[in-house]
Design a binder for this molecule. Structure first.
Ligand code: NAD
Length: 497
């Protein structure tokens, strides 16, 4: 079994000590050992970042962007290799892995615009012979902690932008599927990034706590589950750090009586069961307005769920792979047991699925519940698996109240042909990302990504314009060059025009 190294100061570093296994979820076999960084290892990465910062902050943004242009090319050239690594350790299909990489590359493309996005703002003659401008300056050493479900895309939400803004970055990826994340970081070094500007350290709570506690780390970006997001936000902000912490989700799709049902069903199939439901924007609740829509939806979903092509993610032409770990599979299965016990109607049961040749893999078939009610655990909690719950309501207002009352507010969508209903939904729904006939409204890289309520702790969303704000601090400079011949008396009143 090979050991996955850290990447610190441009070098691959191995470490003896605590380690965990990384599994191939399709076979259920452990394939790599992953060292868990000690506090000393984290300090090593911080020291390297700190040493690299002065030169990197003074590197012209256009030069920093050139590194990103080369990085983009390398990512595209290595798409097949990266997708294979994602699929081997996460379990998602190769096509899905390539899709997440492409969405990650969009963020590199946005970062290529560094000279434009860091131009600042300028006002001439704000007073006599006085000019003023706002500068966007880097923070210094910043860190990111990322989840297992997008090992390529989510880190790419963070460090390309942080780095072109002039910061040095320490990434602590998920310990479940770190190989693609590491390879991508190596490609950035190959693209010409100076040593120490990006380090990747593997680890668990010990590593994360060391990053939170280090005074040199000025900001933390986190994406993962809500309890950890809340912890990192509380502990980081307590220490005066800037923190954006994106958490869990329960995303509802509203189906109006006038919806184009066939298209809505196709959209829901991908959004609920793609990536085995392990997406923070996955649709896990279908809210049907009226029994007629609900009956028709369930009737159309059932044969499609039963026909899902499920197998090892690395095989071609599949719809769904396994869940990431045996523990994740058992947890999701447990939710299905719980839904049955609570009285929901289990219309399709994916429990006990066995894939010939991959009997030890962490598979679970698609599950569908009807007649789910708001007090059930399967409705309230994030399941993070291939389970779709149908909730029946009588009006759009009732559907919106349901969504607005939920603790999470990451994504949502409405399927309708009624512009008035869609507009009301977009205006009044308390969710950060909204789709109209679009099931996974993940913003493109030149907008920003973030939920509301307990799906995000912090003020600024991830990537795009909010990302630039997060990774820079403003300096407002007011400059006066008095004319030589003039002499002005002291002014004791507050200066004004
Ligand atoms: P997780 O919270 O278990 O882990 C995320 C990161 O936190 C990992 O790097 C992990 O090592 C670290 N971590 C875990 N326990 C920790 C602890 N006690 N102290 C400090 N650090 C700790 O999440 P996950 O299972 O990897 O990912 C799935 C979750 O992420 C889901 O809840 C999903 O909704 C969420 N997610 C959210 C978004 C979003 O944009 N809102 C995007 C992707 C995933």
């Amino acid at each position: 079994m090979s050991v996955i190294p850290h990447l610190i100061n441009g070098e691959l570093v191995t470490e003896n000590g605590r380690a965990v296994d990384v599994f191939n979820p399709s076979t259920g076999q452990a394939i790599h050992k992953l060292p868990l960084a000690t506090r000393e290892t984290i300090q090593h990465a911080i020291d390297a970042a700190k040493a690299a910062f002065p030169a990197w902050r003074n590197t012209p943004p256009a030069k920093r962007a050139q590194v990103m242009f080369r990085f983009k090319q390398l990512l595209e050239q290595n798409e097949a290799r990266i997708s294979q690594l994602i699929s081997e350790e996460h379990g998602k299909t190769l096509e899905d892995a390539a899709g997440e990489l492409k969405r990650g590359i969009e963020n590199v493309e946005f970062a290529c615009a560094a000279p434009e996005i860091l131009k600042g703002e300028y006002s001439r003659n704000v007073g006599p012979n006085i000019d003023a401008w706002s500068d966007f300056q880097p923070l210094g050493v910043v860190a990111g902690i990322t989840p297992f479900n997008f090992p390529a895309m989510v880190p790419l939400w963070m460090y390309p932008l942080a780095i072109v803004c002039g910061n040095c970055f320490i990434l602590k990826p998920s310990e479940r599927d770190p190989s693609s994340t590491l390879l991508i970081a190596q490609l950035l070094i190959e693209a010409g990034l100076p040593k120490g500007v990006l380090s990747v350290v593997h680890g668990d709570k010990t590593a994360v706590d060391a990053l939170i506690e280090a005074p040199e780390v000025k900001a933390l970006s986190f994406v993962g589950s809500t309890p950890i997001a809340e912890y990192i936000y509380a502990e980081g902000t307590k220490r005066g750090k800037r923190v954006q912490a994106l958490g869990g989700a329960k995303n509802h799709a509203v189906l109006m009586p006038d919806a184009d049902l066939d298209n809505a069903v196709s959209a829901l199939m991908g959004a609920a069961y793609g990536s085995c439901g392990e997406r923070c924007m996955a649709i896990s609740v279908a809210v049907c307005v009226g029994d007629q829509v609900a009956d028709a939806l369930v009737a159309k979903l059932v044969p499609q769920i039963k026909a899902l092509k499920i197998g090892a993610g690395t095989s071609c032409g599949l719809d769904m792979g396994p869940l990431v770990t045996g523990q994740a599979r058992d947890k999701v299965s447990g939710y299905v047991d719980d839904g049955v016990a609570a009285g929901a109607t289990l219309v399709v049961d994916g429990r006990g699925l066995s894939i010939p040749g991959n009997e030890e893999g962490f598979f679970l078939g698609g599950c569908l519940f009807d007649n789910v009610t708001p007090e059930m655990r399967i409705y309230k909690e994030e399941i993070f698996g291939p389970v779709l719950c149908v909730v029946r309501v009588n009006s759009l207002e009732e559907a919106m109240k349901l969504i607005n009352d939920h603790e999470y507010g990451n994504g949502t969508c409405i399927f309708t042909r009624d512009g008035e209903a869609a507009r009301l939904f977009c205006d009044e729904i308390e969710v950060g990302m909204v789709g109209v006939n679009v099931p996974l409204p993940v913003p493109v890289a030149y907008h920003s990504f973030g939920g509301w309520k307990r799906s995000l702790f912090g003020d600024l969303h991830a990537y795009g314009p909010d990302g630039v704000r997060f990774y820079t601090r403003r300096k407002a400079i007011t400059q006066r060059w008095p004319q030589r011949a003039s002499h002005e008396a002291s002014q004791f009143a507050f200066p004004s025009l």
